[in-house]
Design a protein around this ligand. Sequence first.
Ligand SMILES: Cc1cc2nc3c(=O)[nH]c(=O)nc-3n(C[C@H](O)[C@H](O)[C@H](O)COP(=O)(O)O)c2cc1C
Length: 185
Amino acid sequence: MSSVSRGRGNRLAWALTGSGHFFTECLDFMRQLENFDLFVSRAAAEVIRMYKSRLPEGVQIYRDTTASAAPVGLLYEGIYHTLILAPATSNTVAKCVYGISDSLATNLFAQAGKCRIPVIVFACDTAPELETMAPGGMVKVWPRRIDLENVEKLRSFEQTRVVESMSELVAATRERLECLGAVSS
Ligand SMILES: Cc1cc2nc3c(=O)[nH]c(=O)nc-3n(C[C@H](O)[C@H](O)[C@H](O)COP(=O)(O)O)c2cc1C
C-alpha cells in the first residue's frame, strides 16, 4: 500500500504553552503574521488570563480539550509548512526531548517530526540566570541544570531550530517564510 504524498501547505501552526517568559511578546509578534492557526495548551489558556492578555482575533484557535490531541490530525493533511512552539515551557521542552506526547503542544511537536514539518522552538530556559515577567512584574529565575540540558538536547532533533530570544524568533520565522516565498508584513 503506498502512502499519499501531499504537498507542503501554506499555513503556519503556532503552539503556545504556559510560559510567562515572553508570552505577551509572542502574542504581539503573531499579530503581525498571516496564515497561521493557533494551538493553545491548557496552561497557556490559564496564563493568558493571569497576564490580562488576549489571544489574537480572527485566527483559528485550537484548545487542548481532547485526550488524543485531536487537532494534530491537521498535520497529516499537509496544510502546515512549519510549526512554531513559542514560548515553550521547561515542561513541554522536557516532554518533547523524551518523546512524550500527552498534550496538544507535545503532540504537535511529535507529529510535526513524524510528518517532517520543520519546527522552530523558543525555549524559555536558555541561561542559568534570567529575568522574566511574572504577573506582578519582573522576577529573577535560575533555570536548573536539567532545564538547560533539555534545551541542548532539543537542538539535536531533526528539522528543529531552537531560538533563545524574541529577535531570534522573529528572524527565524521571517527566514522560514522568505524561503517559502510566504512573507507577511
Ligand atoms: C504566571 C505563570 C507563569 C509561568 N511561567 C513559566 C515560564 O516562564 N517557564 C516555564 O517553564 N513555566 C512557567 N509556568 C509554569 C507552566 O505554566 C507549567 O509548568 C505548566 O504545567 C506548563 O504546561 P504546558 O507546558 O503544557 O503549557 C508559569 C506558570 C504561571 C502560573
